[in-house]
Design a protein around this ligand. Structure first.
Ligand code: TXA
Ligand code: MG
Length: 403
């Protein structure tokens, strides 16, 4: 990206909400490089997935212990980095904690939360008969730790708060591939329910500062682990009564289809009508939207350039336009004269995310909002591989889709 921000410092930022008597949000930095997971002997458990964290620095240990104390002793919520986006974590066994997650995000209570575990032993603790079904086990072996959320049946006597599943017969679970998230769950010793740590409807956060923007004064602590490497959320996969991707994400459809039993797995087409009960509850809500309008151009790059020109012609001279470039357009000099002038006068703000469009999608929308543009033009990607996850988010963010 051409515009970028440094990491926030570890100081608290007093906000209007804090001044009004709400929480002070602290930010504590924990580096992934301070945490390792030495494999365990096969006799003790799964060599990779039952490994415990070794935390090298005292600062990291202190920060994680403070976060774990808030989570377990105080039923509080804490924002944590994951390999996809920042999550807003709370003890999945505590109804107080889970209601705080919904309240802090302003999230509709019928949209279930993903439960994050640190080990297979922790996963088994809430499954019927502590059993991992065979197809789930095959997927876990290939894709965990990582951005794949699997739906499991929930035991009747599960210790999870009923608010986590929001009335669904299943619970979505993943074991994240971020050392800080894994270490935090292990230190807390309880499964953590964690939706993305944005205010409901806003773009998901990929930096600690995005969490501050949305939740400052509403949560006590943000663990800052730097930029999330994936940038888009996990894939949500239903397995019963048949395999179906409910949300495309970091694990691609192509990769899933290589697993025996999933050769024909498809992506849910998505439900937009809010009166229809969706099988993936998150589908019916407006999502990922910055303040600016998003215009998604699905056809070729030339159409995108034309649309930028149209907006420059049609909007008042004082409005700024944003252009989130998902492909490289060559040197500025190769663009139409009018676009060059608009860039020079800062009427057109261009972010080049072509090197890694998925990583920079949500942060790009936030950066362009900060630049006070009225409209953000985004060029679509081919609907294959990670492009499916990108297009799923881009379509939900868009108020206008041009084909
Ligand atoms: O990468 C991620 O998945 C991030 C990080 C923090 O782990 N989390 C995340 O959570 O994106 P959230 O709450 O923003 O999105 C979870 C999605 C929602 O669309 C929800 O409806 C769906 O997963 N979901 C969760 N549990 C489900 C269930 N039991 N059945 C169907 N859909 C479920
Ligand atoms: Mg979300």
């Amino acid at each position: 990206m051409k515009m970028s921000h440094g990491l926030p410092t570890t100081t608290a930022t007093p906000s209007a909400a804090a001044a009004a008597g709400a929480l002070i949000t602290r930010v504590l930095r924990v580096a992934s490089s301070d945490i390792s997971f030495p494999p365990v002997p096969a006799a003790t458990g799964h060599p990779r997935l039952d490994a415990s964290p070794v935390i090298a620095s005292a600062d990291a240990k202190n920060a994680l212990q403070e976060a774990a104390r808030l989570l377990v002793a105080e039923d509080q919520v804490v924002a944590m980095p994951t390999e996809t986006v920042y999550g807003l974590a709370g003890n999945a066994r505590s109804t107080t904690a889970v209601s705080r997650i919904f309240a802090a995000k302003n999230r509709p209570s019928d949209n279930p939360l993903i439960v994050h575990v640190a080990s297979l032993a922790m996963l088994r603790s809430f499954l019927p008969n502590r059993e991992i079904p065979a197809l789930h086990a095959a997927l876990i072996d290939r894709f965990w730790p990582g951005p794949l959320t699997l739906l499991f049946p929930v035991a009747d006597n599960s210790t999870l708060s009923p608010l986590v599943t929001a009335g669904q017969p299943t619970v979505g679970v993943r074991l994240p591939d971020h050392p800080v998230a894994r270490a935090l769950i292990a230190t807390a010793g309880v499964p953590l329910a964690a939706p993305s740590a944005n205010a409901s409807g806003r773009p998901s956060p990929t930096l600690a500062k995005h969490v501050s923007e949305d939740l400052d004064g509403r949560i006590p602590l943000i663990i800052d682990g730097g930029r999330c490497e994936g940038g888009l959320e996990s894939t949500v996969l239903q397995l019963d009564p048949y395999p179906l991707v409910l949300r495309p994400g970091g694990v691609t459809l192509e990769a899933l289809r290589l697993v025996p039993g999933l050769e024909n797995v498809e992506c849910h087409i998505g439900v937009v009508d809010p009166s229809v009960a969706p099988s993936a509850p998150g589908m019916k809500y407006r999502h990922y939207s910055p303040t600016a309008e998003v215009h998604l151009v699905i056809s070729d790059g030339a159409r995108t350039v034309d649309h930028v020109l149209e907006l420059l012609d049609q909007s008042p001279a004082e409005t700024r336009i944003g252009w989130l470039q998902t492909r490289h357009y060559g040197p500025v000099e190769s663009l139409p004269e009018k676009i060059q002038q608009a860039i020079a006068s800062a009427r057109l703000v261009v972010l080049d995310s072509s090197a890694d469009p998925c990583v920079h999608f949500f942060s790009g929308l936030r950066e362009l909002d900060e630049a006070r543009v009225s409209t953000i033009v985004v060029q679509g990607l081919p609907e294959e591989g990670l492009g499916r996850a990108f297009m799923n988010r881009a379509k939900k963010a868009a108020s206008l889709i041009l084909t």
